[in-house]
Design a protein around this ligand. Sequence first.
Ligand SMILES: [Zn+2]
Length: 340
Amino acid sequence: MKAIRIHEFGGPEVLRYEGIPDPKPRKDQVLVRVKACAMNHLDLWVRKGLPGVKLPHILGSDIAGEIVEVGEYVTGFKAGQRVLIAPMHFCNHCAKCVAGLQNQCPEFTVLGHMVDGGDCELVAVPAVNVIPFPDKLDFIQAASVSLVFLTAWHMLVGRAGIRQGQTVLVLGGGSGVGIAAIQIAKLFHAYVITTAGDETKLEKARALGADHGINHYKQKISEEVRRITNNAGADIVVEHVGTATWEESMKSLKPTGTIVTCGATTGSNAGFDLRFLFSRQLSLLGSYMGTMGELYEVLGHVFAGRVKPVVDRTFPLKEARAAHEYMEASQMFGKVVLIP
Ligand SMILES: [Zn+2]
């Protein structure tokens, strides 16, 4: 089969489109022909070099495709079924996994991070990862859901415990997690404020349900949040930007408010005054991916059409380098998807 692999870490030039042996499914696995694999910022970080990545390595986390072959021990699936693949690897037998807390499994990692991913033509994955999706979604849309919607669901629902009618500030409303978080917060009838660096992205974020948009280059986020909320502040801030916004995120919270973070795109150092944290009784929560149960929960809303994946554009798999360069320029609104 053909695959995009890296043999060394570096810029987009290290991506190689090459022929490699087809994967052989184990008896508990399903072989899937990849029809679409959506990109995430994780692809860029893995390509640039993350500890624990073994080379050569196949990138790509968010896979949708068609079942080719079903292992002897697998029941309930058949060849030809359209499926998406839960974008995570876990052991499925430790105490955390059997309790349904897959993202706490000692072996947990994201597909395409510490294990090979889906930027290729065929993947073999355990049957537990395989999820059929309804006809109204095409492969490109189906590939655009899992990682960002699961991440945003775990942040807002699993970690921050969002309640109806709260005020939620979603940083980076044009990002994958931002697009998902805006829509999930609206499911809970939240008042949603979001930020972006240009008016076009803010307009698109409002079309997804955001009640108010802040241009973070022209306006000070916390001042604008205070103005919009009559000085009350936000109940929850969805963070993934890091150093560039952390202080503003904390200042945007109301007393007893919560910041939940899943990333640090602009840097991982954040300084703050501990007196501000305790006197205002703030909560700072970390969040990483989510559980299989949460994935099924949020997919239920996607399949019912209550929240929707947003696709920016597609590239042929062999043009992965151009796709990486496009993503690094940050001009997209929604998912960039590779098509084998
Ligand atoms: Zn486990």
